[in-house]
Design a protein around this ligand. Structure first.
Ligand code: ADP
Length: 157
């Protein structure tokens, strides 16, 4: 069974993330979306909230599950027989950090292969931090996030 892990903060899930999950789900038997806890920055949403929002947004994809984890990514990969770590690339600026992380993970566990999915061009500009910034200043984020994320964000305001 080919299993992918798509790790990230997802604070919050955007349409760019969701597009990537959909495309990845066609390539693997099982895709786990992994919400990272223990982030250095204080997230806008708790890990439980992020997991629930992603689970709702992917409920039509039977081979996608949502998990949360702390600690080393490579340990999770090993314990769960993950075939590939999936990350997204938007601009060239993503490349440096992603190369560093993929190389480090490979060094820590030689079986930890990272594959990169190119962003869909219509979402190339989109990031969770941009969504939070626009939201904070009262801009409309409807086109940036799935409907359930949109409703959740406004219900908390
Ligand atoms: P992290 O804090 O681990 O970078 P993010 O939630 O910001 O977590 O992103 C998770 C992954 O999704 C990263 O690989 C990032 O490059 C990718 N990603 C984020 N936004 C997009 C997008 N609009 N299109 C494609 N990939 C994206």
């Amino acid at each position: 069974m080919r299993k992918a892990l798509y790790p990230g903060s997802f604070d919050p899930l955007t349409n760019g993330h969701l597009d990537l999950i959909r495309r990845t789900s066609k390539m693997f038997d099982e895709v786990s979306v992994g919400v990272l806890i223990n982030m250095q920055k204080t997230p806008m949403f708790t890990a439980d909230e992020r997991v629930a929002l992603i689970a709702e947004a992917v409920k039509d994809l039977p081979n996608v599950k949502v998990i949360q984890f702390a600690g080393l990514l490579v340990d999770y990969v090993k314990e769960n027989q993950i075939t590939a770590i999936v990350r997204g690339l938007r601009a060239v600026s993503d490349f440096e950090m992603e190369l560093q992380m993929a190389s480090l993970n490979k060094k820590l566990n030689d079986d930890a292969e990272t594959i990169f999915m190119m962003t869909a061009t219509e979402y190339a500009y989109l990031s969770s931090s941009l969504v939070k910034e626009v939201f904070k200043f009262g801009g409309d984020i409807k086109d940036f996030v799935p409907d359930n994320v949109y409703e959740h964000m406004y219900s908390k305001k």
